[in-house]
Design a protein around this ligand. Structure first.
Ligand code: ZN
Length: 443
C-alpha cells in the first residue's frame, strides 16, 4: 500500500474565486504521484451524484463529465426529504455515502469529485472531514499506482459551495431541493476549476491474518467471521497520552475473534469457516478491500460474513443491535438467535449515519456477500462515543463488564454454526443496493 501525504500549501480556484484548505475545502488524491491536478476542468453540479438503475435514478443522465469536476451533495434524496418512499427515507443508503459518490464519479470519467459537506446529512461535523484529510493517508495501490483513480477527491464546506454556485448564477438551497426530486438534471456551471496537490510518498506493507477451518462436506463454501486488528497508532503532536490503544475499537473485537476461533476448533462444520483479522480498517477498509479483491475463495462462494467492530463492554442487554435493516436475510438469523437468548432486535439508533457502510463487512457486501455488523456503539455507555471513540482514551478499564461481549459472541457462534451446517444461502432483500451483484454472481 501507499502512504500519501498532501501538502496543505494549495489553492482551489473556481472561476475567479480562490479558496484555502482547512476551513473552506479539503482535497486529497489516491494517485500515488508527486503531483496531481485539475487544470481548467469544467465544474458540473450533479445533485446527489447517484446512478441507481434499480431505483430509476440517474443524476448523470444526459451529461458527459469526462475530465470534468463534479460537485455533489452528501447523503441521498431520501434523507433530504425524509420521504420513506424515496431511497430508504431517513436511513442512509450506500448511495448516500461519500465513498460511493467518488466511485461513481470515477466510473463516469470525472477528473475530480467534490462533496458538499453538511453536518446533519453527513452525520459528523466538518472537523472530522478536515482532520481526515490532513496528514498521511494510506491507500491500496494497483498495478498502475492508482494512475486511473480520480485526480482529486475533496470536500467543500457548505459556505464554499454556496459562493461557487452563486457566481454561476444559482441558489444553493434551490438547487438542493431540485436535486432531491426525481428527474433532476445536472447543471454545468461553466466555471474552470484549478487545483494542484503536491504529495510526499512512501510505500509500505501490512497484513491481514487469515485462519480457516475446512468444511467437512462443502469446503468450497464459506462463512467469514472477522474483526479488524488495527487502530490509529500514535500521534506525536498530542500532549500527554499519544497512543491510540483502541481497546474497544477494536481490541475487543480482535479478542472475540480469537475466542470464537477457539470455540470452533475441533468442530467439523460442513462448510468452511474463515476467521479473518483485517488490517487498515481505520484507513478506509484497506485490509478487507484487499481481501475482497483477492479472496482465498471466490466471493460468490462466501455464504455470509459476520463482522465485529467494537464489542459491548458494559454488561448484558435485553436487545441485539441490527445495522442495515432491510438489507439481507441475515437479520432473521440474528432475530432468531437473539430470541433464543431472550433478547429482541433493536434497530441501529442512527440509521441516517450509515454505519452499515463503515466497517469491514461492507467491503464484502460491496461484492455481493450478505453481511452483518456487530457493533455496540458504546451500547449502554453513550459517553464512549463522545469521550473515547477514536481518542487515546479508548483504553482498557477494570470496570469493563464482559458479560455483554459474551452474549454477542454466543449469538455470532450460533449464526455461524447454523449457516456452516446448512445448505441455505441467505439472500439480499429486494431493493438492496447489493442484490443485483449477488444475483448475477449466483445465477
Ligand atoms: Zn473499528
Amino acid at each position: 500500500m501507499g502512504q500519501i501525504t498532501a501538502s496543505q500549501n494549495m489553492t482551489l480556484k473556481v472561476g475567479k474565486q480562490e479558496f484555502t484548505p482547512g476551513n473552506q475545502f479539503v482535497a486529497v488524491t489516491q494517485r500515488y504521484s508527486k503531483q496531481t491536478q485539475l487544470k481548467d476542468s469544467d465544474m458540473v453540479f450533479v445533485g446527489y451524484g447517484i446512478h441507481a438503475p434499480e431505483l430509476g435514478w440517474d443524476d448523470y443522465k444526459g451529461i458527459d463529465v469526462k475530465g470534468k469536476t463534479v460537485v455533489m451533495l452528501v447523503n441521498d434524496p431520501g434523507f433530504a426529504t425524509q420521504n420513506p418512499k424515496l431511497f430508504r427515507g431517513n436511513t442512509m443508503t450506500y448511495y448516500g455515502r461519500w465513498t460511493y459518490k467518488y466511485e461513481e464519479a470515477l466510473r463516469q470519467g470525472a477528473a475530480g469529485a467534490l462533496v458538499i459537506h453538511e453536518t446533519k446529512a453527513a452525520g459528523y461535523p466538518w472537523g472530522v472531514v478536515q482532520s481526515g484529510a490532513q496528514g498521511s493517508k494510506f491507500t491500496l495501490l494497483d498495478a498502475k499506482d492508482n494512475a486511473d483513480k480520480l485526480a482529486v477527491r475533496g470536500w467543500l464546506q457548505k459556505a464554499t459551495a454556496e459562493k461557487i454556485l452563486k457566481t454561476a448564477g444559482y441558489d444553493y438551497a434551490k438547487l438542493k431541493s431540485a436535486a432531491a426530486k426525481p428527474g433532476f438534471k445536472a447543471v454545468d456551471l461553466h466555471l474552470a476549476t484549478n487545483l494542484t496537490i503536491n504529495n510526499t510518498l512512501k510505500r509500505g506493507t501490512s497484513h491481514n491474518v487469515v485462519g480457516m477451518i475446512k468444511g467437512s462436506k462443502y469446503p468450497d463454501e464459506a462463512i467469514v467471521i472477522s474483526a479488524h486488528w488495527d487502530h490509529l497508532g500514535r500521534d506525536p503532536n498530542l500532549k500527554g497520552d499519544q497512543i491510540y490503544n483502541g481497546a474497544v475499537d477494536n481490541a475487543s473485537g480482535a479478542a472475540a475473534l480469537v475466542s470464537l476461533a477457539e470455540a470452533f476448533k475441533g468442530t467439523k462444520p460442513e462448510r468452511s469457516i474463515y476467521i479473518v483479522s483485517f488490517t487498515g480498517e481505520e484507513q478506509g477498509l484497506l485490509g478487507s478491500t484487499a481481501f475482497a479483491n483477492n479472496p482465498p475463495l471466490p466471493t460468490k462462494d462466501m455464504v455470509a460474513m459476520l463482522n465485529m467492530d467494537g464489542m459491548n463492554v458494559s454488561g448484558k442487554v435485553d436487545y441485539a443491535l441490527l445495522f442495515g435493516r432491510g438489507q439481507n436475510q441475515l437479520q432473521t438469523y440474528l432475530a432468531d438467535a437473539a430470541k433464543a437468548q431472550g433478547r429482541h432486535l433493536k434497530d441501529d439508533p442512527k440509521p441516517q449515519d450509515g454505519y452499515y457502510f463503515r466497517s469491514d463487512h461492507f467491503a464484502l457486501a460491496h461484492k455481493g456477500v450478505p453481511s452483518l455488523l456487530f457493533m455496540s456503539l458504546g451500547a449502554n455507555d453513550p459517553e464512549y462515543i463522545a469521550k473515547r471513540y477514536h481518542k487515546p482514551a479508548d483504553e482498557y478499564s477494570p470496570s469493563w463488564n464482559l458479560s455483554g461481549t459474551a452474549q454477542d459472541m454466543a449469538l455470532i457462534y450460533e449464526i455461524t454454526n447454523k449457516l456452516a451446517n446448512s445448505r441455505t444461502w441467505p439472500q439480499w432483500y429486494p431493493g438492496s443496493e447489493f442484490k443485483a451483484i449477488r444475483d448475477k454472481d449466483r445465477q
